[in-house]
Design a protein around this ligand. Structure first.
Ligand code: NZQ
Ligand code: ZN
Length: 391
């Protein structure tokens, strides 16, 4: 493993009575707050009112910015940033899932950028050097955005979905109340759970590099947590323990701890981001469709032992099987979990996606490097074949 520096500066309030601290936390950043949220779920669950009451206690001047779409658009970000500049906003408050928090991060960075288009900070035209502080109230366990340094934005004009990164984009404070996720439906619970697992698989677990045994074992425990609690949250949406476990697993999957020392492309994420860029599908569902096909495509004598180990640890696959047979059984078990236990549709064709754009999407997934370097190296031709396996 590589040398690494670990730092995570997000202050987390976890639990059901923690929002009462929002007022004291938010006011340390100034007076004017941009209150960012999505399509209205926070109003349905009464969270909007609770947040407003905290902002009132802190005597904040509130600028309401609702309507962030899933797979947030760069045009929405630009509108939010323009409002921040016009009104001299001091702090961005994100209340929602990954899309809302990601859009808030990009708004916070663009608000401090001399240009008016967030895409400049994403395509490398300029670099985000500073941003407004960000406070988050999480409502969906999935992306890890509540404790990480990235956000993902969609450019609907270019059909591109790309990340914005910056160490200061980590929320300064995040509120994680599992009861705010009781209303997340089966489909989003399933998709979010796959996303959590994929962050571990993609960024660290399926790697050709050696890694620290302690981290590998913690990765497996977090993965097992999702395998245990996602079905329980689906069966009983207001199961506090299940929701709490998923929420904390979401944060730890991508907050840096589990993958420091690793450098590799996040293969399935690169492939999936093309699907959500072109077809606006739910990120975690795309990952569920891609991941087992990717593992099947790259299965060989080098990759089999690690895939088999995943099966043994997560799904009790028989350890006496040969490496190759064990790995095949592991992939089958993963498919069973995603498509039967969690109930996600398994094929792109079921989502109305055909092969028309696969060649272009495969090229884009491999980016400027022209390849994805991770567990194995994939070229655009390989990625196109994986897309076809998902049809
Ligand atoms: O918009 P509202 O009305 O809030 O509804 C949302 C949305 O329709 C709904 N929802 C959220 N919380 C809810 C709820 N419905 C009922 N009750 C609640 N408590 O769920 C739908 C999906 O929300 P969204 O925020 O889009 O989901 P998620 O958290 O999965 O975020 C997905 C986005 O994050 C990006 C993805 O690519 C995608 O754009 N990612 C961000 C990452 C990061 N920041 O590091 C990493 C990830 O790999 C990922 O790429
Ligand atoms: Zn993800």
């Amino acid at each position: 493993m590589n040398d690494f520096i670990f730092s995570n500066t997000t202050k987390v309030y976890f639990g059901k009575d923690q929002l009462q601290h929002l007022n004291e936390e938010i006011k340390q950043f100034g007076k004017k707050v941009l209150f960012v949220y999505g399509g209205g779920s926070i109003k349905k669950i009464g969270l909007y009112e609770k947040v407003m009451s905290e902002l009132k206690k802190a005597d904040m001047i509130v600028y309401d910015f609702g309507g962030v779409e899933p797979n947030p658009h760069h045009t929405t970000v630009n509108k939010g940033a323009a409002l921040c500049k016009k009104e001299n906003i001091d702090v961005v408050l994100a209340v929602g899932g990954g899309s809302t928090i990601d859009a808030s991060k990009a708004i916070a960075a663009t608000a401090k950028y001399k240009g008016d288009n967030c895409w400049d900070l994403i395509d490398g035209t300029a670099f985000a050097t500073t941003n407004l502080p960000i406070v988050a109230v999480l409502t969906l366990a999935a992306t890890g955005s509540e404790m990480d340094i990235g956000g993902v934005i969609s450019n609907v004009e270019l059909n591109e979905k790309q990340p914005i990164f910056g160490t200061t984009l980590r929320p300064s404070v995040s509120f994680l109340d599992p009861t705010n996720t009781f209303s997340v439906n089966t489909y989003q619970t399933a998709s979010g759970s796959v996303d959590i697992m994929s962050h571990i698989f993609d960024v660290a677990y399926f790697s050709k590099n050696d890694q620290m045994d302690m981290l590998l074992r913690v990765q497996e425990e977090v993965l097992k947590t999702v395998v245990k609690f996602a079905p329980e949250a689906i069966a009983k949406p207001d199961d506090y323990e299940a929701r709490a476990n998923l929420m904390w697993a979401s944060s730890w999957a991508l907050n840096g701890f589990l993958f420091e020392g690793m450098t590799q492309a996040a293969t399935c994420h690169s492939i999936e981001h093309e699907l959500s860029a072109f077809y606006n599908i739910t990120h975690g569902h795309g990952l569920a469709i891609v991941t087992p096909r990717w593992l099947t495509y790259i299965l060989d004598e080098n990759t089999a032992p690690k895939i088999k180990r995943m099966g043994e640890k997560l799904f009790n696959v028989d350890s006496s099987l040969s490496e190759m047979e064990g790995a095949k059984a592991a992939i089958k078990a993963l498919e069973k979990f995603f498509f039967e236990t969690l109930g996600l549709k398994s094929r792109l064709s079921e989502l109305g996606i055909n092969d028309e754009k696969f060649a272009l999407m495969a090229k884009k997934a491999c980016g400027k490097a022209g390849k994805l370097e991770a567990f194995t190296t994939l070229t655009p031709e390989d990625v196109e074949k994986i897309f076809r396996m998902c049809l």
